[in-house]
Ligand binder design. Structure first.
Ligand code: FES
Ligand code: FES
Length: 159
């Protein structure tokens, strides 16, 4: 089928690509833009590891057609740090040992960034809900939840 032009702004950079109608946002991010921080796990919407922020909201990029994202602002894990300065969520993950193999980490971090953007003082239930959409095979989730709580405290202290 004929390719169609899609325009995406990814981490503040504008891109245009001709894509197949069935190409997913995940495929375009990884295979066209080489932003491989977004992970490809199940490819069917189960594992959560392909999460990106689309116009500020978390989506599973394996379930979004690239054409559906035409004109959108996308934020991937590559766009979370400020140069060499880790985002407070990333720093908290490091400080709390919330990363083991790291496969779930981009999604966990992006979901946590979105949570703290929308709810700066999340309670335990909100943090559990935040992390529940991504499967982590390594950590048992406790350290990830601790990291999100620590990041919330760090962000509320930041002037
Ligand atoms: S790769 Fe998208 S949910 Fe698993
Ligand atoms: S750290 Fe390995 S899957 Fe979460």
């Amino acid at each position: 089928m004929e390719k169609r032009l899609v325009k995406l702004t990814v981490n503040g950079v504008a891109h245009e690509r001709a894509v197949a109608p069935a190409a997913t946002l995940l495929e375009v991010l990884r295979e066209e833009l080489f932003l491989t921080g977004t992970k490809r796990g199940c490819d069917v919407g189960d594992c959560g590891c392909c999460t990106v922020l689309l116009d500020g909201a978390p989506v599973l990029s394996c379930l979004v057609l690239a054409l559906e994202a035409d004109g959108a602002e996308i934020r991937t894990i590559e766009g979370v740090a400020n140069g060499n300065q880790l985002h407070p969520v990333q720093q908290a993950f490091v400080d709390h040992g919330a990363i083991q193999c790291g496969f779930c980490t981009p999604s966990m971090v992006l979901n946590a960034v979105h949570l703290l953007d929308t709810n700066p003082s999340p309670d335990a239930a909100a943090v559990k809900t935040c992390v529940s959409g991504t499967i982590c095979r390594c950590t048992g989730y406790t350290k990830i939840e601790q990291a999100v709580h620590a990041a919330a405290r760090a962000c509320t202290k930041t002037p």
